[in-house]
Design a protein around this ligand. Sequence first.
Ligand code: GAR
Length: 214
Amino acid sequence: MSGGLRLAVLASGAGSNLQAILDGVHGRDGIEVVAVGSDKPGAAALSRAQQRGIPTAAFPLAEQADRAARDGALAEWIAGRGAQLVVLAGYMQLVTPAFLARFPHAVINVHPALLPAFPGLRAVEQALACGVRVFGVTVHFVDEGVDTGPIILQRALELPYAREPDDVLPALHAVEHELLPEAIRLIARGAVRIDPADPRRVLLEPGTAGGTSP
Ligand code: GAR
């Protein structure tokens, strides 16, 4: 993927990561956010997109027969907008295998922990309950597991005295707001690929910031 990139972003909540994408990569170097979708019609993320004139749509599960039907409609809408990469930015739903098959190796997620530690929901609460002193953020390709796909970028955050989510979240969000746009820039310039010798692993272009590929 080089020479521009059309993105769809999916978000369930506040959309601060979407905002970081809109502020940091949208409209630069040929990268365009062409669709913002949600499972929640009232998600603030949708208003952030509308303010920038980006088409939005909500696909609540309650309005569809089941997850397969919902993800089918969502994939159809995203593909119709010509998106080449789907970014899960605080999208609190699992996507179906059929959805992933529609966008092979082209769905990424930002997760508020250093995977494979603390996958799934409430990652920061899980980490606090374990008394960790180092928190972090992972951007990874999405596969059929829960937060198990190949890791693109990770960044650690030392907070040895954190006890409550509020001791962690502001700093963690700041890291997310750098790391997710960075991963998108790398993908747009063709600097990210799955290792043909080991598909669990991502190879980054040598010299890439945050990259350690040989
Ligand atoms: C972010 O912290 C993101 O890492 C997390 O939801 C938050 C959304 O914030 N995602 C997950 O926990 C996914 N398992 P935002 O709506 O302000 O971008």
